[in-house]
Design a protein around this ligand. Structure first.
Ligand SMILES: Cc1ncc(COP(=O)(O)O)c(C=O)c1O
Length: 396
């Protein structure tokens, strides 16, 4: 019998979600079903599995016990109906676009989304006749203005990457539903520990598992979680047929990483709050954007829709890009690398790295300025991180 998680706290849920005791050998760890296909007992059994009259595994692209364990676990944390694990975060984003858009349909998206989430729409989905408007979704008037009769999808990322601007999820759910569109939320920056978009009215939540959920900077993956059976079935049909699915070993690794998610998120957030306050008071720092600071223009929204402020900080140094490079090249603990949400601190320069392919004018308009540095705060000792930043800033 699986543990009943109803009414249990987040730490118990992240530890035991999806647990399905092994009735054969009693293994506590989840077995890896490293197989591409499953043998039917007889011809009728095979036919019943295909028709859906009997539940059973058929083929790993369609379903696999190790993958399903991870999907059930993350679905439990996001309060959804069902989840579908994907090969990468971008496979999840693409599957959402593919499910809800077609020739002549339109989507409204956050202007400062992850670079590829914007590029795949502008360069690729547009070739198939889908229309798009990327706007500042932190401004609800802009969202309302951008909606059209053919808008099928409202796609938001909050906090946005890397501007750390927030979008009001509940308000966007209302706008989307008034227009007969679905609301998809990229919740990567918060993880299911700090924000649950489905409980705020969203229809679909997605994550790049590569980040906080796996948390160990050693696996790429993604997941989509639907609030209803209907949306789950729509997404699953598209992903099963297009094939951007996760594999069993990858699922086993990300489930292993996820068990410590709440501990890592808690520690990262404590560190980030202290570092954001330290940076804000520093004479070599021009500005800091972190939802836990009173100075964040949407600090009240952060308190309302998030359960914590996360561990992503953006900041600009006095002297612009050249001074920023001095920091990037001289910090010793945060590694100069893209990605985020791992146990270790990482620092990067979005304008020349993750968002380099967005045309300059669009990038600047979205708030991704040349001087913006992005810091993903890890689980190190905060005193060491602060001392390291101090010695790098002193070189400016
Ligand atoms: C917010 C966000 N969404 C989606 C993605 C894409 O995920 P992946 O790199 O796992 O494909 C990323 C990657 O950095 C991201 O930061």
């Amino acid at each position: 019998m699986s543990l009943d998680l109803k009414g249990k706290g987040i730490n118990t849920r992240v530890t035991h979600a999806g647990e399905n005791p092994d009735s054969v050998h009693g293994s506590v760890g989840v077995p890896i079903y490293q197989t591409s296909t499953f043998k039917f007992r007889d011809a009728d059994h095979g036919a019943r599995c295909f028709s859906g009259d009997e539940k059973g595994y058929i083929y790993t692209r369609i379903g696999n016990p190790t993958i399903n364990t991870f999907e059930e676990a993350v679905t439990e944390l996001e309060h959804g109906f069902g989840g579908i694990a994907t090969a990468s975060g971008m496979a999840a984003v693409t599957a959402a676009y593919m499910t809800y858009l077609g020739a002549g349909s339109h989507m409204v998206g956050t202007d400062a989304v992850y670079g590829s989430s914007r590029m795949v729409m502008e360069n690729d989905f547009s070739r198939f006749g889908a229309e798009y408007s990327f706007v500042d979704t932190a401004n609800l008037d802009e969202v309302r203005k951008a909606m059209r009769p053919n808008t099928k999808l409202l796609y938001i990322e909050t906090p946005a990457n890397p501007t750390i601007k927030l979008t009001d999820i509940a308000a966007c759910a209302e706008i989307a539903h008034e227009h007969g569109a679905v609301l998809v939320v990229d919740n990567t920056f918060m993880s299911p520990i700090l924000q649950n978009p489905l409980t705020l009215g969203a229809d679909i939540v997605l994550h790049s598992i590569t980040k906080f959920i796996n948390g160990h900077t050693d696996v790429v993956g993604g997941v989509l979680i639907a609030k209803t059976e209907e949306e789950f079935n729509r997404l699953k049909a598209v992903i099963n047929n297009t094939g951007g699915t996760m594999d069993p070993h990858q699922s086993w690794l990300v489930l292993r990483g996820m068990r410590t998610l709440s501990l890592r998120v808690q520690r990262g957030e404590e560190n980030a709050q202290k570092l954001a306050e330290y940076l804000e008071a520093h004479s070599k720092i021009e500005w800091v954007r972190y939802p836990g600071l009173q100075s964040h223009p949407q600090h009240d929204l952060a308190k309302r829709q998030m359960k914590g402020f996360g561990s992503m900080i953006s900041f600009g140094v006095v002297g612009g890009v050249e001074s920023g490079k001095t920091v990037l090249n001289n910090v010793k603990i945060p590694q100069l690398a893209v990605s985020l949400g791992g146990y270790e601190s990482l620092i990067q320069h979005p304008a020349s790295m993750t968002h380099h392919n967005i045309p300059e004018a669009e990038r600047i308009e979205a708030g991704i300025t040349d001087g913006l540095m992005r810091l993903s705060v890890g689980t190190e000792d905060v005193e060491d991180l602060q001392a390291d930043l101090e010695q790098a800033l002193a070189l400016i």
